[in-house]
Every structure is written in C-alpha cells, then in structure tokens.
Design a protein around this ligand. Structure first.
Ligand code: TXA
Ligand code: MG
Length: 344
C-alpha cells in the first residue's frame, strides 16, 4: 500500500497539504494524525468498511471499541443520546482536551466502531492539526492509538513511520505529542461516572467538577477476579520486546545495579527508566524521563520504544507513585511489565 506522508507544523498549518489527508478520510481510507495525547490511526467513524481497515492495520481484535473524534462539542448530540448533566459539565470543562466520555450511542454509529457495544466513546482533541483535519473531512473519525496492537503508543512521527508506513493510506507528522499518554476515559452510562482508563486529567480534576466518581478497580492491580470494564483493558498493552520490571522498595539503586551485573554475566543487556534526578545512580542503558509527572508521562512510551532500538533485553522502571498523573503513568507501566513488580 502506498502511504502519503506529510510533515505539518502545528503553528503554521499547510492547509493544502492537510486537505490531501482529509480527502483520503472522505474516501473511506486510513490516515494517521497527531493528537495531544498520542498519534491516532483514523478512519470515517460512520463507515463500517473504513473502520474495518483500522482493525486490520493495527492487528486489533474487533471487539475492542474505538474512540470517535469530533472537532466541536455540538457534534456529540449527533452521535449520542441520554447525555447526563454531569457528562455535559465535564465535556464543557475539559474539551478540547485529553478526555474521552462514554455515552449511549445513537443508531447512526455502526457496531463496528463500538465493538458491538450500545455505548460510544467520544472526544474532542486539542491538537490544532487534528482539529483542522476533522474540520476539513467533515465527519467523525474513529482513531485508536496508531501502534500495532499490543505495542507502546506512538508519541512521535518517527514512531509511526517506522511501525505503520505502508499499512495505512496517509501519515500526518506533526511533532511530539504534548502529553504522551492516552486520554482519560470516563463512562457516563451507569449510575455513578466511572474512570475506565486513567490519563492526564485525573480523578481529582474530575471530582472538582462533578463530585464523587469511581475508578475501575482492575486498573492498578491484576487480580483475575476483577473483570475489566473497558474491553481494551483486558489485552496485553504497551509492551516493548524487552522484559519490563517495575522496581520499588529500599536500596533500589544498589539492588538494580546488582541485577544488571548478574544479567551481564548471562549476556543480557539491561536498561533503566528513571527520574532525571536519579540518572547517574544506575549502570546499564539509562533513559531519564524528567522530574515532573507531565514530563515523565510525555516521555514514557518513547523510552520504551527507544529501549527496543537499543536492543535492551530487560528494562527496570522506577515506581513513580500513584497520585494524580502518576496513576496513569503506573497503569501503563504495570501493563507494559505484565504487572511484574520487584519489591526490594
Ligand atoms: O488519547 C486517546 O484516547 C488516543 C488518541 C488517538 O485519541 N486514542 C486511544 O484509543 O487511546 P484506543 O483505541 O487505543 O483506546 C480506546 C480505549 C480502549 O481501552 C477501549 O476499550 C475504550 O477506550 N473504549 C472505547 N469505546 C468504549 C466503550 N464504548 N465502552 C468502554 N470502553 C470503551
Ligand atoms: Mg491503544
């Protein structure tokens, strides 16, 4: 498959170039585009055939529903019904931005888009290229993260070109994603709103606007008895080829450096993902993520992908904490590691 690749500057958008991709989308084809969270692999959300191409390109199980992207809050009423006041408050407060709401779907939304569910996931992204593309193609766009199913989500143009070139009809490269973590997903179809996927907009941020909400208990612990509510949460995710371990407890530096020495004896290359302040304390391939939760979040997937490029066999990732944005970061790391935590 031929892929049209365009490089677009978010602050000086070349409309004519972007129109090529809007045209592809209108024709029922697939286009990867940047968002403020991660790159998305888009197709017309109202066209079942187009949506099938997304699942094909990603190698994604088709019972895993997609997020529908729109460029204006008013369009939510075309796609969903029974929208609660709390859902409206949240959309008004956080859109455009890294938040997805789950609402009861209208029949116009095909079952392919929602994985057969009666609900639909919707968001208005804030990335200017994404918004312009949505405006130009004038249709809602389904877009999961633009990675092969199970791999870390792409946060840079180079990630999508390396992984998805020739698998999609268009790629719009638009710089590094601001947040680097997928949107917070909150379900408004039940009695109490519930977070199905943590993101940069935290439980605390949401509770300030609509009061008490719940969080899916399976997000931070792996217990076979806790059934994940969001279909996407049951699959392996965010995994680089290397084996990932989260490290926590006492004397982490000494313990990790000892493990690295042991690995070396077995000819295994080790990598460490850590806060910048700790970067000089480890041996092995060290990738620093920054010191603030927003920096750490925005660099996480890139670090996992980079470790593969450096042929690292085993990655040790620091346990950063579980408050606010760290909840989203640790959710992704726990999944990437298959929930393997080394407690020293
Ligand atoms: O930030 C993002 O949300 C990115 C960018 C591209 O917008 N998209 C993204 O899509 O992360 P995806 O497909 O990788 O993740 C969508 C998540 C999955 O966990 C899926 O199961 C869940 O949202 N989801 C979608 N529709 C749902 C629904 N109707 N009910 C429950 N969960 C749903
Ligand atoms: Mg994904």
């Amino acid at each position: 498959m031929e892929t049209i690749i365009s490089y677009i500057d978010e602050n000086n958008i070349d409309i004519e170039e972007l129109k090529k991709h809007a045209k592809l989308l209108k024709e029922g084809k697939t286009v990867i585009f940047p968002t403020e969270t991660v790159y998305g692999l888009g197709a017309n959300a109202l066209d079942e055939k187009a949506v099938s191409k997304i699942y094909e390109a990603k190698g994604r199980p088709s019972d895993n529903p997609l997020i529908v992207h729109i460029n204006n809050i008013t369009k939510v009423y075309d796609l969903a019904e029974n929208i609660s006041d709390k859902a409206k408050l949240v959309m008004e407060k956080f859109w455009p931005g890294p938040l997805t709401v789950i609402l009861k779907k209208k029949s116009i939304v095909p079952n392919k888009t929602t994985g057969g569910l009666e609900s639909v996931a919707i968001r208005v992204p804030s990335n200017k290229i994404a918004l312009k593309l949505l405006e130009l193609c004038d249709t809602p766009i389904s877009a999961p993260s633009a990675n092969i199913s199970g791999r870390p989500s792409p946060t840079k143009g180079s990630h999508v070109i390396e992984e998805m070139n020739k698998r999609v009809n268009g790629i719009v490269v638009g710089g590094k994603s601001d947040f680097g973590l997928e949107s917070t997903v909150i379900d408004f179809t039940g009695k109490v709103p519930i977070i199905l996927r943590p993101g940069v907009i935290s439980k605390e941020d949401l509770e300030k606007v609509i009061g008490k909400i719940e969080i899916d208990k399976s997000l931070l612990i792996k217990k076979d008895t806790v059934k994940p509510k969001s279909p996407g949460m049951k699959y392996t995710h965010y995994s680089p080829s290397a084996d990932v371990f989260i490290v926590s407890g006492n004397n982490i530096f000494e313990n990790v450096n000892n493990l690295i020495k042991e690995n070396q004896k077995r000819n295994l290359k080790s990598g460490v993902i850590c806060k910048s302040e700790n970067k000089n304390l480890y041996t092995g391939e060290v990738i620093e993520l920054g010191d603030t939760p927003l920096d750490i979040g925005s660099n996480l997937f890139d670090a996992l992908i980079e470790m593969d490029k450096r042929n690292v066999d085993i990655i040790y990732a620091e346990e950063f904490g579980y408050e606010g944005v760290y909840q989203a970061i640790m959710n992704r790391l726990l999944k990437a590691s298959g929930y393997k935590v080394l407690k020293f």
